[in-house]
Structure formats: C-alpha cells, structure tokens
Design a binder for this molecule. Structure first.
Ligand code: NIG
Ligand code: FE
Length: 426
C-alpha cells in the first residue's frame, strides 16, 4: 500500500469546509450501483468530495478531483472507505455496573431469574434514578465518543431505565443534549416506554401501563424528546395487549414505533408491529413463519442483536427463514450494561457473520443502508451518494470483508459525521 497522507485531523472542528478524500476501495452501499458481481457498489481508486456537511460527488478519483475545483485532498487513503456505521438499537444512557450479575450468569444463573429477584433492568433503574443528569451526560458522552472511534456515525439511543416520568425525561433530556454535540455521532432518541414495571407500579400493573400510554407518551411527544416509542414484548415482560395501548398512542401522536420482540419467547409482538407499521422489531430469536410472511409484506425491518444472544448463550434467530421471507435485516449492538455490554458495532457485525450466518455483504448493508432506513434516514445517511450527508469511515484495512472478522481492535483511520471529523488516528 502507498504511504498515507501526512495530514491528520484530531478533533471535530478542523476539516476545511470543502475537501476531497481518496481511497483504494470506496464501498458505497448504494443500491443504484449494486450489481450481482458488485453487491456493495464498490468503486476502486475513488474519491469523495465533501462540501460542508454534504457529499457533493463520489466516483473515480480523477473525476472527483476535477469536480472539486481545487478543494484540498485531505486524505489519500490506501485502504477502504465505507458509509459511517449506523447503530439502530442502543440503551447508551445508563449508570452503575452489572459486572456481578454477568459473573453470576456465566456460572449458571438465568437473566430472567436475576430480573425476577430484583436485578437486571431494575438494578440499572436504581443507578439511573440516583444519578444526576450531569453524571449521565458525561458517562454517555464518553460512551458515544468511543462508539464513534469504532466507526459509528449515527446512533439510536433509548431511555427505559428511569421508569417514572421524571427519570425518563431526565434520560431523554440527556439524549437531547448529546444530540446537539458535533463531536458525537448523530443521535436518534427513542422513549422506551415499556421496559420493566418499576417497584411502585407492581401492585397496579394495569393502571401503570395505562398511565404510560395516556399520560407519559403524550407528555414526551409534547416535549419533542423522542422520535420513536419502544416496548419490550416478551414472556416476563409486557404482553401484546399492553404494548398495543402504548403503540396506538404513539401512532396517534405521529411517533414511530420500534419493539423488543421474541427475545425469549414468541408472544405475538411481531404481528402487532407488522400490522401497525412499526419501523422495526428487534432481537427476534423467536418468531413464527406466518409472522415472517406478514413482516415481509409490511415496512417493518428486523434488527438482529447478536451480542445479546451471545452473552445470554441463546440460539440465534432463524436467519435463513427471515432471509427467505424477504424481510430486510439490520445489525445493531443493543449496547446496555446487562445483555450486551459492548460499544462496538464492528463486534456485532462480526458476530452477525460468525454466529448468525449472514454473509459479509449482508452485514455491511445491515449496519449501514438498512440500519439508516430503519431510523427513517434512508435519504440522509447509510450510503455514499451525492446529496447524502458526509458520513463515512476510512478503515485501516485493505478490503471491506476484513471488517466483519472479530478483530476486537479499533481499525478506524478517520470517522466523519455530517462533514466533520469525530475521530482520527495517525
Ligand atoms: O435489549 N431485553 C430487554 N432489554 C435489554 C436489556 C436491558 C438490560 O438488561 O438492562 C435488551 O436486551
Ligand atoms: Fe435492547
């Protein structure tokens, strides 16, 4: 490989307004360029021209440099550039640590058993309620910076550890504050309305769910703090009927819906999501063939979370059946302190190939274009094409297939979101 450019940008501020980046393989993930022999729309010896936050041109190096009319080539990279990774499912705002629980689980205790004994989500709820907004903001800021260093330029972030209105709003305000920080990935906020019943709601479960649907969802919508509403539909979690009440209110208020479905058992959440037009169902270790056919006819995507099923020692979802049914697949981290203690979307991608049997090409599309589409960003990011936001990653690898091997190390050279460098490595 040729020597890399000597120019290095270390912060989010100092790329020029207009610049060119060149590379040996530009993996566009653009379906317009996709062919059977070139499923990721790769352009060799390519360039991309950024004007402020937007991709103005991409294509063969010479052509792009001409189009850029003198804008500087800030990086001439002898490796791969992909779209910035899009992590469509995280619980990144949390406090505390569940390391003892992890050790217990590894020696045989069950996740649901620990939750029933007051651990799990409730343990993190206690830590989040005890934390100030400032403490939550600073730990989440650092987490999102580390995600960016690993290649994530867009990140969905859920609440769901406050479990009362004030503490859910506290989490969502932290998400709102971080969403305006240009040193972080683009942040998409989700109100995880039904994650667990808090202790004070247990004696009046029905009223508690009712209050969430009738008071909290509207209040959070009014404050403009969430783009999506989520519910955990499973055995030992919430029923389809409970989720329906919350989702109906979300649709009425023009919020999108995402749902945790079938992580431990199929209790019907997939049909509810498909019928209502949810953006995604996530986990999906357990799903019926009939539901897959319904999903294929809907606009709902399946978000696969291989780090969670790996950590919980579960059997993977029926990927071949999902593929055959034609339901679009997304890969995400599920980043959280219980089931998916990771910040690395590349780790989830590697497990998508190793444990779930997706092809490298499926995984690369699932963590870029499909992930963006599941967040309503299909015309904004997730592919490299003119007019899209300048979200891209230069990787220290010779071929994109390297990215789905389980390196466990940071392979990014330059990470750019909306034209600005979030991270660079000399
Ligand atoms: O997606 N299963 C529900 N929620 C999270 C786990 C949350 C936690 O254990 O703190 C999940 O796996
Ligand atoms: Fe989750």
């Amino acid at each position: 490989m040729a020597a890399a450019s000597a120019l290095v940008y270390r912060t989010g501020m100092n790329l020029p307004d207009r610049y060119v980046v060149c590379c040996s393989r530009l993996v566009t993930c653009d379906d317009v360029r996709e062919t059977e022999r070139n499923p990721l729309g790769v352009i060799e010896d390519a360039g991309l021209f950024v004007d402020r936050s937007t991709l103005q041109a991409i294509g063969p190096r010479k052509h792009v440099i001409e189009m850029a009319e003198g804008a500087p080539v800030v990086l001439d990279w002898p490796g791969v550039i992909t779209p910035g990774l899009v992590d469509a499912h995280t619980h990144a705002v949390w406090a505390g640590s569940r390391h003892d629980e992890y050790a217990l689980r590894m020696s045989g205790a069950g996740y649901e058993q620990i939750a029933a004994a007051g651990g799990g989500i409730a343990a993190t709820m206690n830590a989040v309620r005890a934390a100030t907004a400032g403490q939550l903001a600073s730990s989440t800021w650092a987490r999102l910076r580390r995600m960016a260093a690993l290649g994530t330029t867009t990140c969905e972030v859920k609440s769901g550890y406050g479990l009362d209105l004030a503490n859910e709003i506290k989490q969502l305000r932290v998400i709102e504050q971080l969403a305006s920080d240009v040193r972080l990935p683009r942040v998409i906020p989700t109100y995880l309305a039904l994650h667990a019943i808090p202790p004070e709601g247990k004696a009046h479960r029905d009223e508690w769910v009712d209050r969430v649907a009738r008071e909290w969802v509207p209040e959070i919508a009014k404050l403009g703090l969430a783009r999506y509403v989520d519910a955990y539909i499973d055995r030992n979690a919430f029923t389809m009927e409970e989720a329906r009440r919350v989702f109906d209110k979300a649709y009425e208020l023009k919020l999108g819906v995402r749902a945790h479905v079938g992580q431990f058992a199929d209790v019907g959440g997939a049909d509810l999501a498909a019928d209502g037009g949810a953006a995604s169902i996530d986990h999906v270790e357990h799903v019926s063939h009939d539901s897959l056919l319904k999903l294929a006819a809907s606009k709902t995507r399946v978000v696969l979370l291989p780090v969670a099923s790996y950590t919980l020692k579960q059997t993977p979802p029926p990927v071949q059946a999902i593929r055959e049914a034609g339901v679009p697949m997304v890969i995400a981290t599920d980043s959280n302190p219980g089931t998916a203690p990771t910040e690395s979307l590349p780790l989830a991608m590697a497990m998508g190939v190793r444990d779930y049997g997706l092809t490298p090409e499926e995984v690369l599309i699932a963590s870029t274009r499909e992930a963006a589409a599941s967040l309503g960003l299909h015309e904004v990011c997730g592919r490299l094409a003119p007019g899209f936001d300048a979200d891209f990653v230069a990787w220290s690898v010779p071929h994109e297939r390297v990215l789905v091997q389980p390196w466990g190390s940071q392979l990014t050279r330059l990470v750019v979101s909306r034209g600005r460098a979030l991270h660079s490595w000399e």
